[in-house]
Design a protein around this ligand. Structure first.
Ligand code: NAP
Length: 435
């Protein structure tokens, strides 16, 4: 029997699905001992800190993760950071193979003047803040403003818009961070404007997300009638049109038929606008945009400008991996060929493909990379695994430690009718998970 030690770095969906693929590939001749290494004190990655709190159903995938974690040959090493507590070089030496599932946690930057003003955030920051990510507990979010602007027209933009517009009572029964809940409760936001740089047919959100938003009470949604008409004209000439484009335009046309009587809050989806500058004294006050046009199927910036007053700007324009020693990032992903980085090091998930795809996308992606990894395996190395390289006094949160945190959060949630109350303080998380 060949026994291989595999390190998976990153305890998000891509990491768990890689572990699942490895376990499925075990046979009478081959076993895998899997160590999952995670920087945060808690696992589950974007399922914990990315999926919107009002989308609890999506989070039930965590049950799959916990079943994987219960396998005999699986160990969790949370609160253990690659590049700080352990190096990629060390991992590569003490494991037969290393799989990086480190995701893409940095928000892409617009690179425009004023982006650094107070109350201008990337979705990576804002979403992590309301989801109790311990790195973002102290983010200074101010919702005492009437208008918020979201740059980008993807599903994250829709998530953020919904969070800003939804009735506060709907958030009370979720696992939203307690610190964010009180800010949302005092929110004065009445209008959110999503700004996409291309045309309606190029919207990156999916029709199902827009339809769900339309179903919400108290929110009036608007899209330019003329822009939709022009989009429909353009797509009518396209052969083999992507079905999702058609569905999206249909969902957008549904909003034109809303009666606009008693809505408390408004969402406008503006297309063909490029942000040029965020203005304000210390904090966000106004955004200057250029108007774009479609010319021969291509989007071009024009010399026409306009400005919108707003007290909050969130750029939801995608994510990129965080750099650490031993890897190179290019075009929003860790450089790799079909998931292979170099030597015995592989990559899966958003770190491999960039920030595209939903949780389920990681499953087939991980299977492909694990197939590649297995083909390259030789005789198992006589290696120690993580114990050989981690400082003996390092505070690891193992699976039992995580289960203590999990149980404590769920119990405190039950008392107040929520799925859980998340702990968002680093020290308290470490204490809960190590004592
Ligand atoms: P996304 O789908 O890639 O959308 C990014 C948006 O930002 C696009 O509209 C893009 O426009 C725009 N953009 C990019 N760079 C820009 C710039 N410099 N200036 C202005 N606009 C810019 O990314 P995402 O919304 O972060 O979502 C990431 C992935 O997670 C997606 O696959 C998404 O479907 C998934 N997700 C799914 C759900 C769900 O299923 N409920 C929820 C959240 C996220 P262009 O198209 O012109 O580049």
């Amino acid at each position: 029997m060949d026994i291989y030690r595999i390190a998976i770095v990153g305890a998000g969906p891509a990491g768990y699905f890689a572990a699942q693929s490895l376990f499925k590939a075990q046979s009478t001749d081959r076993t895998f001992l899997i160590d999952m290494i995670e920087r945060l004190p808690t696992p589950w990655g974007l399922v914990r800190s990315g999926v919107a709190p009002d989308h609890q159903k999506i989070k039930t995938v965590s049950k799959v993760f916990e079943n994987i974690a219960k396998q005999d040959n699986f160990r969790l090493f949370a609160n253990t950071e690659l590049g700080k507590d352990i190096s990629l070089k060390d991992l590569s030496e003490v494991y037969d193979a290393v799989i990086l599932a480190t995701g893409a946690s940095g928000g892409k930057k617009l690179g425009i003047k004023g982006e650094e003003l107070q109350n201008s955030f990337s979705a990576a920051e804002f979403v992590s803040w309301y989801n109790a990510h311990p790195d973002f507990t102290n983010l200074k979010v101010n919702l005492e403003t009437e208008t918020a602007i979201i740059i980008g027209s993807g599903n994250v933009a829709i998530d953020v818009a919904r969070m800003l517009l939804i009735d506060y009572e709907k958030l009370e029964i979720t696992d939203i961070a307690q610190h964010a809940l009180s800010i949302f409760k005092g929110s004065k936001i009445r209008e959110v404007i999503i700004c996409g740089r291309r045309a309606p047919e190029n919207a990156a959100f999916t029709s199902v997300e827009l339809r769900n938003l339309i179903k919400l009470e108290n929110i009036e949604i608007s899209v330019s009638h003329n822009q939709l008409k022009e989009s429909n004209l353009r797509i009518s000439k396209v052969k083999d049109l992507d079905r999702e484009v058609e569905n999206n335009l249909h969902a957008m046309s549904m909003v034109l038929n809303q009666s606009s009587k008693s809505f408390k809050r408004k969402l406008e989806i503006k297309f063909l606008v490029t942000p040029l500058e965020i203005k304000g004294v210390n904090h966000v006050e106004e955004v200057i945009f250029a108007i774009n046009k479609v010319n021969d199927g291509k989007v071009e910036i024009t010399n026409e400008f306009f400005s919108l007053k707003a007290g909050l700007v969130i750029s939801a324009i995608g994510y990129e991996p965080i750099e650490y020693q031993g890897i190179e990032i290019k075009n929003g992903r860790i450089e790799n060929i079909a998931g292979h980085i170099k030597d015995n090091i592989y990559v899966v998930g958003w770190a491999k493909r960039g920030s595209v795809g939903v949780i389920g996308t990681n499953k087939s992606d991980a299977t492909d990379v694990v197939d590649l990894l297995i083909k390259a395996l030789k005789v198992p190395k006589k290696v120690t695994g993580i114990e050989g390289v981690l400082q003996s006094n390092h505070k690891i949160i193992n699976q039992i430690g995580w289960e203590k945190i999990n149980a404590s959060e769920v119990i405190s949630g039950e008392l107040s009718g929520k799925p859980r109350i998340k702990e968002s303080d680093w020290n308290r998380l470490i204490n809960l998970g190590t004592t």
